[in-house]
Write a protein that binds this ligand. Structure first.
Ligand SMILES: [Zn+2]
Length: 85
């Protein structure tokens, strides 16, 4: 079970949070210059690397804050939790 250290509430179980997707999914500056396949990939395929990722989590059953969490996808080790993006 993942434990996230909310800056307001302290360490809390994953079940109090809702996953909000990857934190850094930069939108193409000019979508019309991107191929249809790349655009569909950007819209529908979340990044899933082996290693550290940044994700958005909402403390749904706590303070209601949106957090950015840096987590290793293999070990699930959380190395950073911060407010905002
Ligand atoms: Zn909280």
């Amino acid at each position: 079970m993942l434990v996230l250290d909310c800056p307001f509430c302290g360490p809390r179980n994953e079940s109090e949070f809702a996953y909000g997707g990857p934190a850094l999914a930069p939108r193409p500056a000019d979508p019309s210059a991107v191929s249809d396949a790349d655009w569909v990939d950007w819209l529908t395929v979340p990044p899933n690397p082996m290693g550290e990722v940044e994700e958005r989590w909402w403390h749904l059953r706590g303070c209601g804050a949106w957090l950015t969490v840096r987590r290793h996808t293999v070990t699930h080790a959380v190395t950073e939790v911060r407010l905002g993006r």
